[in-house]
Design a protein around this ligand. Structure first.
Ligand code: CUA
Length: 156
């Protein structure tokens, strides 16, 4: 029988308890609807992005009262479109894909934080309550121009 020191046993129990707490926290946050785990929202041929709907028409499109789809294409090293303007109180569903390498879709101060992977459509929904300017940044290193890959979301 393996001998374990009492203190060692206590640390092992504490580590196991923490794993259970973290797993419950993830399940609770998903089940209560406060958060969603990143997941691919569709597949797309990366060579045909610019001729495949909805990416053949990037930009902001109204889908209902106060609801919009914002279609973005990532490429080295820019966002297309570079800027969108949405009314305050809007719920915006971002649909994003890339024509080349992996990029990152991040709007600081919001819940938008996702990878953009060739061949996949990334979907993330953001509610913009107050008028202000947000930056759209790429937070996955994508080459020599990565640091200048920025855009703007204007809530007006
Ligand atoms: Cu695109 Cu970094």
């Amino acid at each position: 029988m393996l001998h374990l020191d009492a203190l060692e046993r206590r640390f092992m129990a504490a580590s196991a308890a923490m794993l259970v707490v973290f797993a419950v926290a993830i399940l609770w946050s998903v089940a209560s609807g406060h958060t969603s785990l990143p997941a691919p929202a569709g597949r797309i041929d990366p060579a045909e992005v610019r001729t495949t709907a909805p990416f053949d028409n990037p930009g902001l499109h109204q889908t209902g009262p106060g609801e919009y789809d914002a279609v973005f294409i990532a490429s080295a090293w820019q966002w297309s479109p570079a800027e969108i303007r949405v009314p305050a109180g809007s719920k915006v569903r971002f649909l994003v894909t890339t024509v080349d390498v992996i990029h990152g879709f991040r709007i600081p101060s919001t819940n938008a934080n996702a990878m953009v992977i060739p061949g996949q459509i990334t979907k993330v929904t953001v509610e913009f309550d107050e008028p202000r300017r947000y930056s759209l940044i790429c937070h996955e290193y994508c080459g020599i121009g990565h640091h200048q890959m920025g855009g703007t979301i204007v809530v007006e």
